[in-house]
Design a protein around this ligand. Structure first.
Ligand SMILES: CSC[C@H]1O[C@H](OP(=O)(O)O)[C@H](O)[C@@H]1O
Length: 396
């Protein structure tokens, strides 16, 4: 079974495109796909984090509008002119962009897709249908491009670790040596269109027989690590160990050179390399630096935001207190049987009346980042500074 956060069927002669998302609030014990008929459903699913992950959010938003437009076209209910379709596309994309603020991929996709619609509407002989079709094709290309980008990220990251870490060099020379990696949150097939970014690096290391073990943090409070990354690693039969977020320091102290790198994803990389990622990432970067372990960010170029100067300018989403004070999951019998077919239990784990701070992300300063792995190569600091100028000229 291929793990897919997103299932999409292109339009046929008689039926519009169809989109379904895997409801990640029910993973790992229940696999339920939910149909997304348009922008409202997509906005709600993204806001509730039924689907999450910077690339996946952008792709689901883009495809939800493709489904909406495709359905209108099949029903003969598109606005009558090319310009009206272009305006409708712009308005719906602006609405989708409000679903979550921190990940730049959504905003990047919105900007690019608006340009597609604008250019299509300016074509001589443009019609409502031609603008609609141009948009749908561009949205569908995002799904395909993301998987190929992630596989390239995986390869670049694996090669960098092999060449730039003691464990990598030892493991390449002698397979009796261990090479372990620690990752945070979920950056795999459940956060993207497939394969993943940081988890893509782990997959590529494993495919090259370089990886002996992956460690994943549980990533409180949403538990992307224990519910999603652990699920992906078990699914792929990659030797892996789950730790609580608070165990990371003891792990780095225990594992020494055998732990080659901490590899994480990103939601927004600012122009100076400061990186917003899941809450807890910054503390891992500090620990990695203290223990002499490489700290790597894996992200496609669509996550690099040259219009945001530094981490100080990144809006950090704050989420509901209940995500911290409650946990939800299936009951477990005294014999240890997980009751997946019964309604999930919601359990309070905090004192009533306590104030809660629940930022979904934090910012890791560029100074603590050893490399940013993209689909066109690994960017390292030169004279202490990241310069992304060249990577946007490189062909994918
Ligand atoms: C390749 S996913 C990037 C990023 O998205 C996750 O956040 P969330 O689960 O809240 O959408 C996490 O920060 C990942 O590193």
């Amino acid at each position: 079974m291929v793990l897919q956060a997103i299932q999409y069927e292109p339009a046929s002669a008689s039926s519009p495109p169809a989109l379904r998302i895997l409801d990640q609030l029910l993973l790992p014990h229940r696999t339920v796909y939910e149909a997304i008929a348009g922008c409202q459903e997509a906005h709600a699913a993204i806001k509730q984090m039924k689907v999450r992950g910077a690339p996946a959010i952008a792709i689901v938003a883009a495809l939800a509008l493709a489904v909406e437009i495709g359905a209108a076209a099949v029903a003969g209910k598109l606005p009558s002119s090319a310009d009206e379709v272009k305006e409708r596309i712009g308005d719906r994309l602006d609405y989708l962009k409000t679903s979550r603020p921190t990940a730049v991929n959504l905003g990047d996709a919105v900007g690019k897709l608006k340009v597609v619609a604008k250019k299509a509407a300016l074509q001589s002989g443009a019609t409502a249908e031609s603008v609609a079709q141009a948009y749908i094709e561009a949205a569908e290309r995002m799904l395909v491009d993301d998987v190929s980008d992630n596989k390239a990220i995986g390869e670049h990251g694996a090669r960098w670790i092999e060449e730039n870490t003691a464990a990598g060099r030892q493991r390449k020379a002698d397979k009796s040596h261990a090479l372990q990696v620690l990752t945070h949150c979920n950056t795999g097939s459940l956060a993207t269109a497939g394969y993943g970014t940081a988890l893509g690096v782990i997959r590529s290391l494993r495919a090259a027989d370089m990886l002996t073990r992956a460690y994943c943090t549980e990533t409180r409070p949403y538990n992307q690590g224990s519910r999603l990354t652990a699920y992906e690693l078990v699914h792929d039969a990659i030797p892996a160990t789950l730790i609580t977020d608070s165990m990371a320091c003891a792990l780095l102290a225990r594992e020494g050179d055998g732990l080659a790198a901490v590899v994480v994803g990103a939601d927004r990389v600012a122009a100076n390399g400061d990186t917003a990622n899941k809450i807890g990432t910054y503390s891992l970067a500090v620990l990695a630096r203290h223990h002499g372990v490489k700290f790597l960010v894996a992200a496609p170029r669509t996550t690099i935001d040259l219009t945001t100067a530094s981490g100080n300018d990144i809006v950090i989403e704050e989420r509901a207190p209940e995500e911290v004070t409650r946990i939800k999951g299936p009951k477990v019998t005294a014999e240890g049987k997980i009751q997946v077919d019964e309604a999930a239990e919601i359990i309070s784990i905090a004192a009533t009346g306590i104030d809660v701070w629940n930022p979904a992300f934090d910012v890791t300063p560029a100074e603590l980042i050893d490399g940013i792995i993209t689909e066109v190569g690994v960017v390292e600091k030169v004279d202490g500074r990241f310069d992304f100028g060249t990577i946007f000229q490189r062909p994918s």
